[in-house]
Each structure stands twice: as C-alpha cells, then as structure tokens.
Design a protein around this ligand. Structure first.
Ligand SMILES: Nc1ncnc2c1ncn2[C@@H]1O[C@H](COP(=O)(O)OP(=O)(O)OP(=O)(O)O)[C@@H](O)[C@H]1O
Ligand SMILES: [Mg+2]
Length: 255
C-alpha cells in the first residue's frame, strides 16, 4: 500500500491490560478512502486497538497518527473532533429518544461530545435551526430509516439501531469511521443493507476500518485486511490473500 495515501498510521503500538500484552508492537497503515477489515480470533485485541485509536485507552508504547496529527496523547473528545467516529459493539444509542432526536444530538460542531444542554434547549423542534434539521433528515434517509424518524430508538430492530448509530456518526461529520462488528447479530437482509451503506459511505469520500468475524462480509467489501492474533499483526494484504494464508487459516479458521 502507498503510505502517502494513509489517513491513519499506527507505529509499534503496545498495550498491556492486567499484565497481559493485549496489543503487541502493532504497526498498521489505513488507506484513505478505502475499506479496511480487521480480523482475528476472539480476544485477539481488536476492540482494544479501537479503544487505543479512539483515546479510551492510552498506549504503553508507540504512536498513532491521524493525517498529520499525533493523536495518542489526546483526550477522546479531541480525537472525535479531529474526525474519528466509532460504532461500538453494543451500539450506545438513546433508546427513549426518537430516531430524529438521536441524530440531532450529533451536532457537527461537537462530534465528540454529548451536547445534552444544547439538546434540551432545543427540545422544541420548531426552534431548531432549519439546516440542522435538514441535515439530520438527510442522514436518516441516507441510511434508510426515513419511515422510523419519529419512533423511539429502542423500538427499532438491532440492525436498524446500527443504521441509526451509523447515521449519527455521519451527521457528526466524522471522516474516518471505526465500526466494531457492524454485521454481528443482524439478519441477512440487514447485513446486505449495512454493506451497501458502508460502500456508499466510502464512495462519499470517507474511510472505514471495521472489525468483522463474517469472512463473506470481509471478502465482499474490504479493500485491505489486517489479521491480528494474540495482539500481533501476523498477516496483511488483499482479502483473498489474507484469508488464503496458511497461518491465518490455522490460527483462525481452524483449517
Ligand atoms: N479492561 C480490560 N482489562 C483486562 N483485560 C482486558 C480488558 N479489556 C480486554 N481485555 C482482554 O484483552 C484481550 C483482548 O480483548 P479485546 O476485547 O480487544 O478482543 P477482541 O479481539 O475484540 O475480541 P472479540 O472478537 O471477542 O470481540 C482479551 O484477552 C481480553 O480478555
Ligand atoms: Mg471485540
């Protein structure tokens, strides 16, 4: 991969948790405007790597660069404001608020914060800036939730909740999205919608790094793949190459 095209660079990143090296000298480059898959067995350190990138954990050693900025010393809200958005494994939406209200909370000027004060001041929809509302509606339609705009987020299916969480990242203006198992726990039809959505997001100029256990999904949408095993990157390349790698097959697929 051409390094000049990297939006994110990780150099020799190491993190121990409770005495165990969970991320061990990891170096990766993420290609701008592409979809990169991060795969590996349970407990390999994938989510921990996301926690390090998004500033929820501090590395013991190593560096993380986002565009021209070193981010491994920044608080998570500044990392979010720099343009890195994250879909959590457990989604984290406001279940009692409507779909629209959830999106309105993703104020593009404050993508890393929860602007609750702003939200309560603006509780009356009529007083919300027209542009803000139009943008929220645009992203709701973009992810295909227009029919659910006024429904409580908690009433949506798990897959629809993922669509909502992704719409919120998009409304927040993030240009680099970390998606932790976007297709886990959703039905095949919804997986199709999610993959189509991820591809449209990247066509719009954004970059995606996603963690995935479903190898069909990886083969279908990833441009590049990193394989993580016991905290170390042991394989990198095109999806077919990585999934064909004998060591990867032994360590992960058990074949
Ligand atoms: N807060 C923590 N304290 C101690 N150990 C942790 C903590 N978080 C994760 N670990 C351990 O670090 C290792 C990596 O966990 P991580 O969640 O990053 O794996 P993962 O690759 O995302 O796995 P999965 O595919 O199951 O989601 C595991 O051994 C886990 O038990
Ligand atoms: Mg995980």
């Amino acid at each position: 991969m051409d390094n000049r095209k990297a939006i994110l660079k990780i150099l020799n990143l190491t993190k121990s948790l409770e005495g165990l090296k969970v991320v061990d000298s990891v170096s990766i480059d993420i290609a701008r405007g592409r979809i990169t898959g991060l795969i590996g067995p349970n407990g390999a350190g994938k989510t921990t790597l996301f926690n390090l990138i998004s500033g929820l954990l501090r590395p013991d050693k190593g560096e993380i660069w986002f565009e021209d900025k070193r981010i491994d010393t920044l608080p998570s809200w500044q990392i979010a404001r720099a343009g890195i958005g994250r879909l959590f494994q457990d989604i984290r939406i406001f279940r009692k608020l409507s779909v629209l209200e959830n999106i309105l909370l993703a104020d593009p000027n404050h993508p890393g914060e929860l602007p609750l004060n702003l939200f309560f001041n603006y509780r009356n929809i009529a007083r919300i800036e027209q542009k803000h509302l139009e943008s929220a509606e645009y992203w709701i339609e973009f992810v295909g939730l227009e029919g659910k705009k006024d429904s409580p987020a908690g009433s949506l299916s798990f897959g629809q909740q993922k669509l909502l969480a992704i719409a919120r990242l998009l409304a927040g203006g993030h240009k680099f999205l970390l998606l932790d198992e976007p297709t886990a726990g959703v039905n095949p039809a919804m997986i199709k919608s999610l993959l189509n959505l991820i591809q449209r997001i990247v066509k719009g100029g954004k970059t995606v790094l996603f963690i995935e256990h479903n190898m069909n999904v990886v083969l279908k949408i990833a441009d590049w793949v990193y394989f993580l095993d016991e905290g170390r990157v042991t394989s990198f390349g095109r999806p077919e190459e990585v999934l064909g790698d004998t060591e990867v097959r032994k360590a992960y697929l058990g074949v």
